[in-house]
Ligand binder design. Structure first.
Ligand SMILES: CC(=O)N[C@H]1[C@@H](OP(=O)(O)OP(=O)(O)OC[C@H]2O[C@@H](n3ccc(=O)[nH]c3=O)[C@H](O)[C@@H]2O)O[C@H](CO)[C@@H](O)[C@@H]1O
Ligand SMILES: C=C(OP(=O)(O)O)C(=O)O
Length: 440
């Protein structure tokens, strides 16, 4: 059985769409629930994504009591929790590695499968390990696993990160929350998801200051308890729908698109001529008749997010002129360029640079999602392509988007999701998609 999204281009999108809770905030927040030795945590706005189900499986595997229904996730890690995250989870989702910090802080031991590289780059974890070692852990790697151990409690330390890694900032911040003494983390990631995690840790009784700036100070506490927390809206999902509006020359209100989280994207889209009105709890996006080109360079926050690069590339194929994309965060995040070229886009890549010349007369083609954001970007390109675009490898898309095709349909797009077996095409119902995600 192969699932595909089929798009027929040519519709201007119109209406309103609501974004879900942020995938990249909810995964570390669920991992952080392991820090609480007493009480239960209740987390709201948890999206039904494949990655959320994987994180749920990781926590169940180590005997935390979990419940997840209707966007509400509860976690009770007050009993005795395990210390292992096996390869079957880490292979599916690298963010499984985020349980290492909380496990090590609480149990003095963590045995986690070594995350490999992935389609977008080699993605080492040296900065995570450097942080744990600075706090007194002994780290050993063997048989595809990393084992980190500490006698007694982790010790607060001053740690300078060589690169502001999002995952390393989160993992070390969680470990430091239960360490003895104060940890000062320098050159850290400043993403909104880091601030969300810090707020949750503080609600659990932690003492984290400075999240959202380049230096975070964490005063370790002896114990933490479960807390209530609501996840921030997904700025990448929001940005994806903003581009859907712009690329089709449509008019869409994106509820949950917060300007303070989306400044670099808003600035670049305005440079291209897109009209963006900042409203109370979202943004109204109006696509112009003619898009201008704009160069982008991906950078850690508040720079342009790498997770919006593929979608922005789709938009640039429709701009009148040439633009340069420089990808500085991941060394191999241009796999989608090849797929766009199959749709007749004019894109040249060399190393970390892509040169996009528009406006291309895109034509429908069979294309494959090479990673999560590439999947969304190919659907966006399909919205303006002549004829039918068929996007496969949807397991990537399901990691980060809930009901993507239904949300586009509701805005007037001609898009369906089908299941194909032996040349039989069946339309996939919403619940079937969800079930297939849950069963993973
Ligand atoms: C679940 C989650 O939140 N995922 C996001 C997170 O991934 P993730 O946390 O994996 O990304 P990082 O910020 O850690 O990675 C950024 C860069 O740092 C490098 N690096 C990272 C750690 C390390 O120990 N050593 C090292 O060299 C990576 O290879 C990469 O080149 O931030 C990325 C950058 O915004 C986003 O694209 C991902 O969507
Ligand atoms: C790269 C992404 O996620 P992850 O770090 O989970 O692979 C993403 O969300 O675009």
């Amino acid at each position: 059985m192969v699932e595909k999204i089929l798009v027929r281009g040519g519709k201007r999108l119109k209406g309103s769409v609501k974004v879900e809770g942020a995938k990249n905030a909810v995964l570390p927040v669920i991992a952080a629930s392991l820090l609480a030795e007493t009480g239960k945590s209740t987390i709201y706005e948890v999206p039904p994504l494949a990655d959320v189900y994987t994180m749920k499986s990781v926590l169940s595997h180590i005997d935390a009591a979990i419940d997840y229904k209707d966007g509400v996730f509860t976690a009770d890690a007050s009993g005795s929790i395990g210390t292992e995250a096996p390869f079957e989870y880490v292979r599916k989702m690298r963010a499984s590695f985020l349980v290492m910090g909380p496990m090590l802080a609480r149990k003095g031991l963590a045995h986690i499968a070594l995350p490999g590289g992935c389609a977008i780059g080699s993605r080492p974890i040296d900065q995570h390990l450097k942080g744990f070692e600075a706090m007194g852990a002994v780290v050993e790697i063997g048989n595809g696993y990393i084992e980190a151990k500490v006698e007694g409690r982790l010790q607060g330390a001053r740690i300078y990160m060589d690169f502001p890694s999002v995952g390393a900032t989160e993992n070390i911040m969680m470990a430091a929350a239960l360490a003895e003494g104060t940890t000062i983390l320098e050159n850290v990631a400043e993403e909104p998801e880091i601030v969300d995690l810090a707020n949750y840790i503080n609600a659990m009784g932690g003492k984290v200051r400075g999240a959202g700036t380049g230096t975070i100070r964490i005063e370790g506490v002896e114990s933490m308890q479960g807390a209530v927390h609501t996840i921030i809206p997904d700025r990448i999902e929001a940005g994806t729908f903003m581009i859907a509006a712009a690329i089709t020359g449509g008019e869409v209100y994106v509820e949950g698109a917060l300007h303070e989280h989306l400044r670099p994207l808003v600035a670049k889209m305005r440079e291209m001529g897109v009209i963006i009105e900042d409203e109370d709890n979202g943004m109204l996006v109006k696509g112009p008749d003619m898009l201008r080109p704009a160069d982008i360079k991906t950078l850690p926050h508040p720079g342009f997010p790498t997770d919006m690069q593929a979608q922005f590339m789709a938009l640039l194929t429709q701009a009148h002129g040439t633009a340069v994309i420089t990808e500085t965060v991941f060394e191999n995040r241009f796999m989608h360029a090849e797929e766009f070229r199959r749709m007749n886009a004019d894109i040249k890549t060399e190393g970390r640079t892509a040169v996009v010349t528009g406006p291309a007369h895109l034509t429908g083609a069979e294309v494959a999602a090479t990673d999560l954001r590439a999947g969304a970007a190919l659907v966006l390109a399909g919205l303006v392509a002549e004829g039918e675009t068929s996007v496969t490898e949807l397991r990537h898309l399901d990691r980060g988007y809930v009901d993507f095709h239904q949300k586009l349909q509701a805005l007037g797009a001609n898009v369906t999701r089908v299941s194909v077996e032996d040349n039989q095409v069946e339309e996939v119902e919403e619940n079937t998609v969800l079930r297939s995600v849950q069963n993973r």
